[in-house]
Design a protein around this ligand. Structure first.
Ligand code: SF4
Ligand code: SF4
Length: 435
């Protein structure tokens, strides 16, 4: 298995001047940028944002405008793919945001909110289970349906936008599987560790179960490490690198020494960060080498399955599907052919490419909550491309994209189903069994 290249990360605040200097201002990235395509404003393009980072690096003040233009970036890294000069935009925007977080004065309310989300909720199984139970009660009791139908939520402004994108709580939560080992079907070919995420244990429990089943069908002994934790991707994207480093250390401790052939994730956004632990911890004497070892074994589940020779006992699924590249898989990890290869192996499934399949859907971590208007504009255009394929199934490789696309199918589509690649494979294996 060849590890996909991921650009090295800079850990100190502020983009490195050497990275900034790589931009020759050619503008070839502009049309790849979703915010530039929407607004047509240079300062909301990759080139414009790099120009502003350069100004700040040269001593210009961090104006509210600077913060706004950088905040509006989806960090989708489409510009990185388009750039012929190898500008490592992903690590530059993360470093710039870390610098903003360091220097920006935040209100007490903002500090408390950030502390609760990033330090108390995401890394805590108990807190996530309590939040998940609350969400489940809200949805299962019918209160969500009543409130949505009554239009009361619309009176609450942003709350309605956020509520519309909230995931479903899936009981039983996947937390019940953490610490367990699942035996392979047939002869054991690999021993793998599966990192099941944080929110995904509550909101994507069925996806995680499907992932385990597909791996079992492919001869994997699947271990769900007991001491695993949130990967820290949302922390990194929000400029909270210290907290991300603490989570990285915990995950490395949780899996190294387990004699695994591979460490797997089914979330492209998490995978991108997990594959950068070696850079995140490059300066830590006790962890640098262990982080490199972790990185050597880290794989996205698509990448892993496509590399081991997929079990061909797949059943027929008669449907037309279109594949939406998740930004952090296509641009962040350069994995494009593996998910398509897996889908094309399914008998009966027709894969129809959409226009701009690797253009962001507007999800981008918590971007669709924070910049809901822009995220929805981008989503509407994405759905026009999806609708033009006539597909009844939208397939992707990241839970966040699944939520956004499900909202898109509801609001601007024809109610298409939205599934992860491993869920489609799982349905196909089950169809074969049933037959
Ligand atoms: S980021 Fe790359 S493509 Fe964009 S202006 Fe700079 S050099 Fe050109
Ligand atoms: S990361 Fe995406 S949104 Fe941000 S500048 Fe690059 S292409 Fe535009």
């Amino acid at each position: 298995m060849a590890a996909s290249e991921v650009a090295p990360r800079r850990t100190a605040a502020g983009p490195a001047q050497a990275d900034l200097d790589k931009c020759v201002h050619c503008g070839l990235c502009l049309n790849a940028c979703p915010t530039y395509r929407e607004l047509g404003v240079e300062m909301d393009s990759p080139r414009g944002r790099i120009y502003q980072m350069n100004q700040v690096a040269a001593g210009a003040p961090m104006t509210p405008g600077y913060v706004e233009h950088l905040d509006l970036c989806l960090a989708c890294r489409a510009c990185e793919t388009a750039c012929p000069s190898g500008v490592p935009y992903g690590r530059m925007i993360e470093a710039a945001r870390a610098e903003i977080r360091k220097r920006q004065k935040i209100t007490l309310g903002g500090r408390i909110l950030r502390y609760l989300i990033f330090e108390r909720l995401l890394p805590s199984r108990i807190a996530l289970q309590i939040a998940g139970a609350g969400l489940y009660a809200y949805q299962a009791s019918g209160l969500q349906k009543v409130l949505r139908a009554s239009g009361v939520l619309k009176l609450l402004g942003r709350v309605a936008d956020i509520e519309a994108l909230s995931p479903s709580a899936e009981v039983p939560f996947f937390y019940s599987k953490i610490g367990k080992i699942f035996a392979p079907v047939g002869q054991r070919r690999y021993r793998v560790a599966f990192l099941s995420g944080c929110i995904a244990n509550v909101a994507f429990a069925r996806l995680n179960e499907a992932t385990v089943r597909v791996l079992q069908r492919n001869g994997c002994e699947v271990v769900i490490p007991a001491a695993q934790n949130c990967c820290g991707a949302l922390h990194v994207h929000s400029g909270l690198e210290e907290q991300a480093r603490a989570l990285a250390r915990r995950n490395i401790d949780a899996v190294l020494g387990g004699n695994f052939d591979a460490i797997l994730t089914n979330a492209a956004g998490c995978g991108s960060t997990l594959k950068e632990y070696d850079h995140l911890l490059a300066d830590e004497a006790g962890y640098a080498e262990r982080a490199r070892e972790f990185r050597r074994r880290m794989r996205d589940v698509n990448e892993f399955l496509a590399s081991i020779g997929l079990n061909p006992e797949l059943g027929r699924l008669d449907a037309v599907a279109t594949y939406q590249d998740s930004c952090h898989l296509a641009h962040g990890q350069q994995i494009r052919s593996a998910p398509r290869q897996l889908l094309q192996a399914i008998p009966g499934l027709k894969l129809r490419e959409m226009r701009l399949a690797d253009g962001c859907c507007g999800s981008a971590g918590i971007y669709n909550l924070v910049h809901n208007d822009m995220a929805m504009q981008i989503l509407e255009k994405k759905m026009a491309d999806v609708n033009a394929t006539g597909a009844s199934l939208i397939v992707t490789s990241n839970p966040g994209c699944m939520l956004q696309l499900a909202a898109g199918a509801r609001l601007y589509g024809s109610g298409q189903r939205v599934l992860h690649v491993v869920e489609v494979l799982d349905e196909s294996y089950r169809a074969a069994q049933a037959a």
